[in-house]
Design a protein. Structure first.
Length: 278
């Protein structure tokens, strides 16, 4: 396996960063992650643009344009020869002289095998809640300290994930976005304090397809009263949230809207891949 590190391709086992990097010293940096499906970089344009925006927000200078990164990615994919994979691009705070001030970032692309099937029946998950708002939620940073710290609590409560909120106003999961489906069939996702996920964007775009989808305020009370709740991410796609803090949501089963949206997303993935090949 090869990775791309600072202007060159290198065997993964030889890729190293110095201990002075702010990613190591302070957990400072940004990244993005997306999938390779049958050799096609799914929605790469959206992911690369979000990476550039995250870097700018965090005062880090990305060394490549989106077009440059597309070329590097295609060469890396061709070199490794793995058609289904996860792609992670990381931009670190750089080798800081005082272990605090950012400097020239280190740029890294890693490819790892990842196979996701096209099962249109959403996975059912139960979640817990935790009062917390992620630092600088506008950017996709490498700081996942709270989410990782909460893993023990998640496992102890036999849950799948944890939902962040502040004073009862919901924001996001550590690695996913949340949507609710109201009794009036409105589909709502939090508008603030949540990363603008790419799968989230795909769902919001369905407002022109007859779905009543929008951003807004979502509370824990709204979730308790919702007909359906689901989460979205690039790797999970859409999963049905059927229980929160031990209380059943709706009838505790996957709803029709959740099921329809997952089928639609899988269809759009296939169309995107075919159009890219064409």
């Amino acid at each position: 396996m090869y990775v791309f590190l600072n202007h060159r391709f290198i065997a993964q086992e030889k890729a190293m960063l110095h201990i002075s990097d702010l990613a190591i010293q302070r957990g400072y940096g940004v990244f993005d992650f997306f999938r390779l499906r049958e050799g096609v970089l799914l929605y790469a344009e959206d992911h690369l643009q979000r990476l550039i925006q995250s870097a700018k927000f965090m005062h880090l200078e990305c060394p490549y344009t989106a077009n440059d990164m597309q070329q590097i990615l295609r060469q890396l994919v061709q070199t490794n020869g793995i058609p289904n994979a996860g792609i992670r691009i990381i931009l670190t705070g750089g080798y800081s002289p005082d272990a605090y001030e950012p400097t020239t970032p280190n740029f890294l692309i890693v490819q790892s095998p990842l196979q996701i099937d096209d099962n249109t029946e959403p996975k059912k998950v139960n979640i817990i809640t935790h009062e917390f708002v992620r630092d600088l939620p506008e950017a996709k940073t490498i700081n996942y300290s709270m989410g990782i710290w909460l893993l023990k609590k998640i496992k102890e409560q036999h849950a799948h994930d944890v939902l962040y909120h502040q004073n009862g106003i919901v924001s996001e999961f550590p690695r996913s976005n949340i949507f609710i489906v109201t009794e009036n069939d409105e589909i709502i996702t939090p508008a603030t304090n949540a990363l603008k996920g790419i799968t989230r964007k795909r769902v919001l775009e369905l407002s022109c397809k007859g779905y009543d989808v929008k951003e807004g305020t979502v509370t824990l009370h709204d979730i308790a009263q919702a007909k359906e709740v689901f989460l979205t991410s690039s790797t999970k796609r859409i999963q049905a949230v059927v229980e929160i803090d031990g209380k059943r949501i709706g009838d505790g089963q996957t709803g029709d809207t959740t099921r329809q949206l997952l089928a639609h997303l899988i269809c759009k993935e296939k169309e995107y891949a075919m159009a890219t090949f064409a």
